[in-house]
Design a protein around this ligand. Structure first.
Ligand code: FIX
Ligand code: ZN
Length: 439
């Protein structure tokens, strides 16, 4: 007798025996065939407000640091890289000298009119316009522009957060960015936006940013990382933690990142960042594997990827057991080893399908192996949105994939008779996507 029939029989017997509800529960469980199960998981994921733990978007108070609207969507650096593949004869500087509207028109024409927008980044624009309810059949950019022209920033922000059902986003806040510095002098009150203290400028460009650290009142003379410099850098970090109340401290790191190379970066991480993070009870987020400006002519679009040494993550987790490490890696080849390393160290929290692995075919693979090895102790995704509107597509695309993988994993256990109820699914989804793991 198959499981479902058995379940119905057992359910009836228990009902008749007056065992309250169990029969109903059993029937509910066993009746959840895969399609029903998947639609339940999809519904739960869509209804769960998401904590988006890494983005480059800003609340309104940050002024023109907040990017939104069709021209920003079209000139996103992912699409800039794709434009040059469509127009290899286009001179880089000619493009950069164009006004943004002209850049957007060129990208629209090449990637959306003369070719089909089926790459992940072009498809994302189509998803945004569809979810806004805009008719794109005419492929008329000016008609699309007229929608954005008639909505205010705050109205649009409310709409984007509503459509994407986001609880809050964590920004990327750079203490060396002059525009940001002025904002932090005033109160920052939009609770949909939390801060992250992003210290690439300190770790990857220390000597170049030394003057700025001094300008901010943290006196370091000379290039040596002596005890005075170490103290000043710790004070610099503490002052920014005090100022912006970050959820975590973060940096991106190159594929050849090493912690025992005696570099300024290693010394600052070991003697400043980790002691300050420990004292402030803040996680340290390492985003590892980016080759900055592999093609400088592409500017932001010019960064590449390289396989990194996961042993460095293990060494830091081992040597600093009381510091929590959030880790995401850029190379697809690093993902399995990162999962295994996270199984060895409880203070490693794996998160997101970052940048070049934020594509459906790879999200699917990574999410399945993370669930298989880490269960529900990882954060499957972040959006990395740079343009406000991208919250809509990055989460619409990822929710579908994560729901499908989760449903398959739940289905596997129901096939072995394990009860999976809607309450279980809600609890689990809220844990991995609702921000609980970061608390
Ligand atoms: O280092 C990072 O936070 C990266 O995500 C960015 O530098 C990158 O440009 C990006 O937005 C990728 O999605
Ligand atoms: Zn990012």
């Amino acid at each position: 007798m198959d499981l479902k029939k058995l379940g119905r029989k057992v359910g009836k017997v228990l009902d008749n025996a007056g065992v309250a509800n169990t029969g109903k529960h059993i029937r509910e469980i066993l009746d959840m065939d895969f399609k029903r199960l998947r639609s339940t998981v999809t519904k739960v994921i869509n209804e769960t407000p998401i904590a988006d733990i890494h983005t480059h978007i800003y609340s309104e108070v940050f002024g023109d640091l907040l990017l939104w609207g069709i021209d920003e969507l079209l000139t996103y650096h992912y699409l800039v890289a794709e434009l040059f593949r469509h127009k290899p004869d286009l001179d880089y500087q000619t493009y950069w000298n164009m006004p943004k509207q002209k850049q957007a028109e060129l990208i629209w024409d090449e990637l959306f009119v003369k070719s089909s927008p089926i790459s992940e980044a072009t498809r994302g624009v189509v998803t945004v316009l569809a979810e806004l309810g805009l008719d794109v059949r005419a492929r008329d950019l000016n008609k699309i522009r007229s929608y954005f022209a008639q909505i205010s920033t705050s109205q649009y922000m409310d709409k984007v957060f509503e459509l994407s059902n986001i609880k809050y986003v964590i920004m990327t806040n750079d203490p060396f960015d002059k525009k940001e510095q002025s904002v932090w002098k005033a109160a920052h009150t939009d609770t949909r936006f939390k801060a992250a203290l992003r210290i690439d400028g300190l770790l990857n460009n220390y000597h170049q940013n030394l003057p700025e650290i001094n300008n901010q009142g943290f006196k370091i003379t000379g290039d040596e990382l002596d005890s005075i410099a170490i103290t000043a850098i710790r004070d610099f970090l503490k002052s920014w933690i005090e100022k912006i109340n970050p959820v975590y401290i973060a940096t991106s790191l190159p594929p050849d990142f090493s912690i025992d190379d005696g570099s300024p970066r290693s010394k600052i991480i070991l003697e400043c960042v980790l002691p300050v993070a420990r004292e402030a009870h803040l996680p340290f987020a390492m985003m590892i594997g980016v080759k900055k400006l592999q093609n400088p002519a592409l500017q932001l679009a010019g960064d590449g990827v390289g396989k990194a040494d996961v042993d460095v993550v293990a060494k830091l987790a081992r040597d600093f057991p009381d510091v929590r490490f959030l880790v995401t890696m850029l190379s697809r080849e690093n993902q399995h080893e990162l999962c295994v390393t996270a199984r060895k160290f409880k203070n490693i929290l794996v998160f997101g399908c970052w940048w070049f692995v934020n594509n459906p075919s790879i999200i699917r693979e990574i999410t399945a192996e993370r669930i298989e090895m880490l269960g529900l102790t990882m954060i499957p995704q972040h959006s990395d949105a740079r343009v406000l509107d991208q919250l809509i597509y990055k989460w619409s695309h990822s929710r579908k994939i994560i729901a499908d993988i989760l449903a398959k994993k739940y289905f596997d256990i129901t096939q072995s008779g394990w009860p999976v109820t809607k309450a279980d699914i809600k609890r689990d989804v809220n844990r991995i996507l609702g921000g609980q793991l970061l608390l």
